[in-house]
Structure formats: C-alpha cells, structure tokens
Write a new protein. Structure first.
Length: 198
C-alpha cells in the first residue's frame, strides 16, 4: 500500500510545474509551435503578469492589454528563451516590464501628427507684406543708429542678447533704475521714429 496525503491536502491539488517544466513548455513552443504548451503557460502566467503590471501602476485595461502583448511575445520569441540565462517567470516578467516602460514612453512622447498646426510651416508672406517688413527693418536700424550710445548698447544687450535688466546692471556697473530708465527713453524714441509704419 502506498503512502499518501490526506484528502484535501497538498497532494490533492493539481501540481504546478517547476522551473524545468515551464522551460520545457517554452522550448516546445519554439520547436513546433505547440499550442497546448502555450495554453498552459498562458493560463498560469497571464493573470499573474496582469497583477504585476497593475502593481507597477498600469490601469486594469492597460494591464490586460500589456499582459496579452507580453504573452504574444512569448509565442513569437520562444526560440530566444535560454533556460541557462533565466527562468521562464523571470523572462516573461521582464518582457512585461519592458512593455510597460514602452507604454509610458509612448504616453510621454506621443506619435507626431504631421497635420498638427504647430508642425505646419508658416505660409510664405505675400510680396507686399515682405516689402513692408523689409521697410520696417530698415527704418528700425536707422532709428537705433540715432540713439545715444548708452541707450543703443543697453537695447542691444536686452533684446539682441536676451539679458535681463538685472544682468545688464551688474555687467555695466549701473544701478538697476538707470538701466530701466535708459531703456524706457530708447523705446520712446524708437516709437516716434516708427510712427506711421503701423
């Protein structure tokens, strides 16, 4: 008479394959596209992968989708599994984690929409608009040339070199109020010089 466990004990539950058995299933998938082996893997791992992805922060629907994608990768890439490198569980959960990382990257960097107005180049200006812009630029350069040297220099630093008033004051050793005052005077003169071109 053989010894056995009492009914209801661990011996009465279906045995969960060990690491070697899982590896054999993946190798059967790689060798012959064994659907039964894949079904066994899927039934065991898909719910666990989904739970894992939800613990990583995926919403239930996304976790479901990503776990399905991970299992499809197992089917497609079974030949790349190497039991000497990792267990099936480690390999599969790594695939799932990578799928989650890819999903986060896609969310942060959505695909480019070529019809997005921000990506459409500005239309070429009409000839009369281009001529008007050229005339304004010539008039502005001429007006800047008439400014006192200290005002023109501050204007150059503020608008062409994009320096703050505080940086200009420190660089020139001037009080901040003086910098602001000279720039105000320069703007007043330029406004008068540009009148009539609006």
């Amino acid at each position: 008479m053989t010894e056995g466990k009492a009914p209801g004990g661990p011996a009465s539950r279906p045995a969960v394959p060990d690491a070697a058995a899982w590896a054999e299933l993946v190798e059967r998938i790689a060798a012959s596209g064994d659907r039964e082996a894949f079904g066994t893997l899927f039934r065991h791992f898909a719910p666990r992968v989904k739970s894992y992805l939800m613990r990583l922060g995926a919403a239930p629907a996304q976790a479901e989708e990503l776990s399905q994608e991970a299992m499809i990768m197992v089917w497609r890439k079974a030949a790349s599994f190497d039991r000497a490198q990792s267990s099936v569980a480690t390999w599969l959960f790594t695939i799932a984690r990578n799928k989650r990382i890819d999903a986060i990257r896609r969310e942060r960097r959505p695909e480019i929409d070529p019809s997005d107005p921000a990506l459409v180049p500005a239309a070429e200006p009409l000839p009369d608009a281009a001529l008007d812009a050229d005339q304004r630029a010539v008039r502005l350069r001429a007006a800047i040339a008439t400014l006192p040297k200290e005002q023109a220099e501050l204007l150059q630093l503020a608008f062409y070199e994009d320096k703050s008033h505080g940086d200009i004051a420190a660089e020139r050793g001037l009080p901040l109020g003086t910098v602001k005052s000279r720039l105000r005077l320069a703007f007043g003169r330029l406004k008068k010089a540009m009148a009539g071109l609006e």
